[in-house]
Design a protein around this ligand. Structure first.
Ligand SMILES: Cc1cc2nc3c(=O)[nH]c(=O)nc-3n(C[C@H](O)[C@H](O)[C@H](O)COP(=O)(O)OP(=O)(O)OC[C@H]3O[C@@H](n4cnc5c(N)ncnc54)[C@H](O)[C@@H]3O)c2cc1C
Length: 395
């Protein structure tokens, strides 16, 4: 494959800004395009410990975020469980996070172009990238354009609606120190309340039989009072989240002179919607491959690194939201065991930290089942009052 000289990165979200920073730092000529600069991209903004531990600058940077060490999970019945996390989650405003990452890219020497790329065409020498006012040339193109990747069909195969979920939400003034997640009957997704430094990102994502964006919004509006929230001062947002089938995850993410990273490649956990970690990690893996003058290795790096985990999530997402476990809906059973068993709570903490992979989740549960069962029985006899709390009356 041609060794890239000048690299054009289209999209300055987490994926694009991160790859631009690493490549510029290693001496490459990088042109980074974003149409919006740092912006409040619709998002929860939650970063697990897995991300924070891998990239310490996320902890160390002087940027505003909220550190969360408490979590509430609420079942469709309205009853919930509340527990401490042993590793904190950081909740960023996306404007702050994107700003931090773009600044790193510019400080590393990437040239920033505040413009929308409207066309990408092959030339005899490489690529021509058009904006409304200029044409730029490049040897290699990185597509980091997010979930609404308008160049996907040009570079890879189109993706049908089964590969996306809808997300709608609000930024609401206020804050506290607890992440709240509520599951709903027949929703293949959840409602989240993510408290940031000075506001909440509150939203609903997923698929619901016969439900469109307006319907999901109504469900969210109706649920806000349960969390003690109202629409006063709220700002609405809507977006899509990649939720790729296993087949779609197998489609090409790179080719001669180009590669896709982050949401543009569909790298999001189909169960949780977590995508920031995979944006940064895919950016890092692509930069590693280019630094070795072997961009063709990128696909293999992804395959060796996180792709099996995303495939696993995609395979089990339906069962997680719609299946049964020991005679009850998976989510209800999961919450019940979180209340009753210390070992199961530890497992949940590891899931929230991002350190428990889906690939060995089943094995861990099976291995720990005798202990989880014993703890649950003891808890029922010795701590009969320790049950799921009713959400509306927890105060
Ligand atoms: C409602 C919602 C909640 C979420 N919550 C979480 C969460 O809590 N934690 C988590 O880990 N993930 C979450 N995600 C997923 C997360 O937001 C994405 O995975 C992440 O933003 C992907 O980063 P990216 O850089 O690939 O794409 P994006 O962040 O979408 O960035 C793409 C960038 O490309 C630019 N762009 C696009 N086209 C062009 C063009 N033609 N020319 C120039 N610029 C262009 C855009 O302006 C944008 O800045 C959530 C997603 C949604 C929708």
């Amino acid at each position: 494959m041609h060794v890239p000289g000048k690299i054009a990165v289209v999209g300055g979200g987490p994926a694009g800004a991160f790859v631009a920073a690493q490549l510029a730092r290693s001496g490459r000529e990088v042109l980074l395009f974003d149409e919006k600069l740092a912006w409040e991209k619709p998002c929860g903004g939650g970063l697990t410990d897995k991300a924070i531990a891998r990239w310490p600058f996320l902890r160390e940077a002087a940027a505003e975020r909220n550190w969360i060490s408490h979590c509430e999970l609420i079942a469709p019945s309205g009853r919930g469980v509340s527990f401490q996390l042993d590793r904190q989650i950081a909740i960023f405003s996306r404007k702050v996070l994107n700003g931090l990452l773009l600044e790193r890219a510019c400080q590393a020497g990437a040239q920033f172009c505040h413009a929308r790329v409207t066309g990408i065409d092959r030339t005899a020498e490489g690529w021509a990238l058009c904006t409304s006012s200029e044409t730029h040339s490049a040897d290699f193109v990185v597509l980091a354009t997010g979930a609404r990747n308008s160049f996907r069909e040009k570079f890879s195969t189109p993706q049908g609606p089964e590969n996306f979920t809808i997300a709608v939400g609000y930024y609401i003034p206020g804050s506290h120190q607890t992440v709240q997640i509520k599951f709903l009957k027949e929703l293949y997704g959840y409602i989240w309340v993510f408290p940031r430094a000075d506001h909440f990102s509150v939203g609903i994502c997923g698929r619901m039989q016969g439900m469109n964006t307006a319907g999901l919004r109504r469900v969210l509006d109706d649920s806000l009072p349960e969390f003690g929230l109202s629409l006063e001062g709220a700002r609405f947002y809507a977006h899509i989240i990649p939720s790729l089938t296993v087949k779609a995850l197998g489609r090409p993410i790179s080719g001669n002179g180009w590669a896709m990273i982050g949401d543009a490649a569909g790298f999001v956990d189909a169960i949780t919607g977590e995508g920031i970690y995979y944006s940064l990690r895919s950016a890092e893996l692509l930069a590693n491959a280019i630094e070795q003058d072997a961009p063709e290795k990128y696909s293999a790096f992804v395959q060796e690194d996180f792709l099996p985990e995303l495939e696993h999530a995609s395979r089990i997402a339906g069962r997680f939201y719609g299946g049964k476990w020991m005679g009850r809906p998976v989510v209800e059973r999961m919450l019940q065991l979180t209340v009753r068993s210390k070992s199961f709570r530890e497992l949940m903490r590891d899931l929230f930290a991002g350190t428990q992979e889906y690939s060995d989740l089943r094995e861990r549960v099976q291995r720990s089942l005798p202990r989880i069962g014993a703890e649950a029985v003891v808890s029922m006899f010795w701590e009969p009052s320790r049950t799921l709390f009713p959400l509306r009356s927890r105060e």
